[in-house]
Design a protein around this ligand. Sequence first.
Ligand code: FES
Length: 137
Amino acid sequence: MPLVKFTKENKEIEVPHGANLRKEAINAGVNLYQGLNGIGAGVNRYLNCHGFGQCGMCRVRITKGMENASPMGIMEKARFRCPVPTPVTPLGFDPLPCMAFIGNENTMRLACRTSVLGDMEVETGPELNLFGENFFS
Ligand code: FES
């Protein structure tokens, strides 16, 4: 059975082959919905799409074992590349998943759209680095 290590939480769990990463994280008590650099973590835990691949809030970075994740589907690719309309944000659309994806194209996934096919290390709530080398420089 594959091992999934959540690096921030320092928690390692064994999951069945092909298990959904979001469901396994929730069962293990790991909060995937950490908001924007930690802001909104409490609210996002409840205000999310509950695994339908729409909100982008369950995004994680797979820092090791990306080859053991299921391939990215069309819906997930679209979510990372196109800001979706939402009445919740003042802009009228939600650009955060797309902004978080920049510079992390090879490691970022939506946990709800990812099946675990082997061992991996997962960073929950990856921080947005707006002023790093990937943005405005
Ligand atoms: S839970 Fe909303 S995109 Fe995964």
